[in-house]
Design a protein around this ligand. Structure first.
Ligand code: SF4
Ligand code: SF4
Length: 320
């Protein structure tokens, strides 16, 4: 393998869609979350639909738009169109046209109705942002968490970024769906202090029904991380009717607790369904895939908490 020079590593580019500072979720302490653009699977309950496509996307807040037409005048791709409707001329986003991410529309819209999702950034640009909160990381035991989208699809960029964090003594964590090639996890393991690793469904046939692929690769990757002595918290989103059967839950706990005997899996966190990302679907002209509101009542969550007490392994319900 040919090693990169320092200059090559810090000038490496990746595509992200957001940087969120001062988060207290997704790892210990106060954290900066970097959201990677592009995902290889599609979860109906995804709270970050703007992270699924690797392409640039327009987030459009209809309620703020005054249909002034300025975005349509500057857009070189023809994404913004003004349509006559009765006596009015109304702004529309043409989703059949590819946005090239120039951000001219976002800059010219004084109503703040437009946000372009997707940005090319270098490792050094991100490090400038990350290091602004260094004192907070030190005082809180926090650091940086890479999220998405799916981070491991940009494994070289993520590894270069996390290597710089490690050089600066910044704690590092990654959220991953666990489904991509094993070599991605092998690249990321040496520079990742904590993997927040999804195991969404222990039954491979049900996993295939949900995501179009079985869970064999997920298990292989998790087992490889255990071999590599990586620090792991397994996460299971808890979605009514998708994976919250007795068999799904106890099967996942049995598999993970057995695997934990060989290595450094800390625990399983169960993350109950919420609708926090629902409004973003509307801003992207996407249909929200989950019908109704299958969230859990506090009584149901109390009962689930009690149910988890019977296991010897550390299993937690995380309530936001
Ligand atoms: S510039 Fe902003 S307010 Fe004007 S039409 Fe475009 S989105 Fe609407
Ligand atoms: S970012 Fe550029 S290409 Fe994309 S919609 Fe805005 S003006 Fe058009």
């Amino acid at each position: 393998m040919i090693e990169q020079t320092f200059e090559q590593a810090i000038e490496q580019k990746g595509r992200i869609f957001n940087v969120q500072r001062y988060s207290i979720y997704d790892g210990e302490g106060i954290r900066t979350l970097v959201f990677f653009k592009g995902c290889n699977i599609r979860c109906d309950w995804c709270a970050n639909p703007e992270g699924i496509s690797s392409k640039y996307q327009v987030m459009f807040s209809r309620d703020k738009c005054v249909s002034c037409g300025r975005c349509a005048e500057v857009c070189p791709a023809g994404v913004h169109v003004m349509k006559v409707q009765g006596s009015e001329t109304i702004h529309h986003v043409d989703r059949t046209v590819d946005c090239i991410g120039c951000k001219r529309c976002e800059e010219i819209c004084t109503s703040e109705a437009l946000n372009i999702m997707g940005k090319e950034v270098t490792v050094s640009e991100l490090m400038d942002i990350i290091l602004r909160d260094y004192d907070f990381y030190l005082s809180s035991g926090g650091g940086v968490t890479l999220s998405g989208g799916e981070v491991s699809l940009q494994a070289d960029f993520a590894a270069a970024l996390l290597a710089e964090c490690k050089k600066a003594m910044v704690n590092t964590a990654i959220e991953t769906n666990g489904t991509t090639n094993i070599t991605n996890y092998e690249k990321l393991a040496p520079v990742t202090d904590l993997f927040l690793f999804d195991l969404k469904q222990i039954d491979t046939d049900l996993h295939r029904q949900l995501f179009g692929i079985g869970n064999e690769q997920v298990k292989r990757n998790l087992e490889r991380l255990v071999e590599l002595k990586a620090n792991v918290v397994v996460r299971m989103p808890l979605i009514r009717g998708y994976n919250d059967s007795y068999e799904s839950i106890t099967g996942a706990i049995e598999y993970v607790s057995n695997l934990a005997k060989k290595g450094s899996i800390q625990r399983i966190d169960f993350l109950p369904y919420h609708q926090l990302g629902k409004s973003k679907y509307d801003m992207l002209d996407l249909e929200y895939p989950v019908p109704g509101n299958p969230g859990y009542s506090s009584l149901e969550m109390d009962m689930f908490d009690q149910f988890l007490e019977r296991f010897d392994f550390d299993v937690r319900l995380v309530r936001h």
